[in-house]
Design a protein around this ligand. Sequence first.
Ligand SMILES: [Zn+2]
Length: 333
Amino acid sequence: VTDAGVTVDAAVLSADVGGTATGVGVVTAAGEVRFASETPTLADGSATGLEPLLDRLAAARARAAAAGLAVVGCGIGVPGPVDAAAGRIGPDVQNLPGLAGCPLAELVTARLGLPTVIDNDVNALTLGEARFGAARGLRSFVLLALGTGVGGGIYLDGELWRGASGYGGELGHVTVELEGRPCVCGSRGCLKAYVAGPDIEAQAREALAARPESRLAAMGGALTARDVFEAARAGDAVAAGVVDRVCRALGAGLGGILNGLNPEAIVLTGGVAQSVEAHLTDVLTWTRAYALAGAYRAATVIVAPHSKATAIRGAAALFFHEMDRRGRRRVRQ
Ligand SMILES: [Zn+2]
């Protein structure tokens, strides 16, 4: 309640900076996404790249204030490694080379006067599911974001596990095949090399070389991972073979996660996860084959909806989570 007697609700400015598009919104403490919008990312990292983002955040704050929301901070997710403690984008961010090393949190605070938390977008999604989504109330879960790449988030005892040097959660690069497909990371046989969208498309093209009679051949260069799943459901043998391989690789990956961490749940999200959902029984059959029985029985595998709103909600959860963490630390002192 303000001096004027107007009730205000706490809210956070939120941005999900993607490789191609950036979403900005306002998220209430209850996880409701308000005033969300999306524009192409200007990734050169110079003033022309950052200024529009800062302008949009400022405009979102003005709209929030007009709606009676009290903006208490800002959360931003970016697609790549982040030094979360320093509020700085990592030096080797691949999708946004122009923003490498950018002290983004400091720049937002300087412009808007708001405390700002930034982190990797999959860590943001993980906290978003923990606070507002499919993993609410869980003490331990692992999130796998299956899309153009495969990202992971590990949530243990109510906290994100970032690892000893920030690589915790890189579950897309766990080996599921010793002599397997080459991976962008330089290794081979990684989970990502089987279940990421572009890798599903590549496996379909490779299979088509030997079986050109498949209906997938007609799609030529426009073939997408979603087409492969649809063709498999329609009875195409080549597509079904690729989807079987995807389900088996994912089952092996989930089995490794269950055996290593024994979480209460694994949350699958992202564009490919929505396609995989129709094949979840097959994935779980392989998961059970690769996991220890006790770890398998303890866990639920959940497919969580994936949208621009869940990404914006996740970036806001970064801020809410950080405030909670600081609060806990103060209580302990
Ligand atoms: Zn890899």
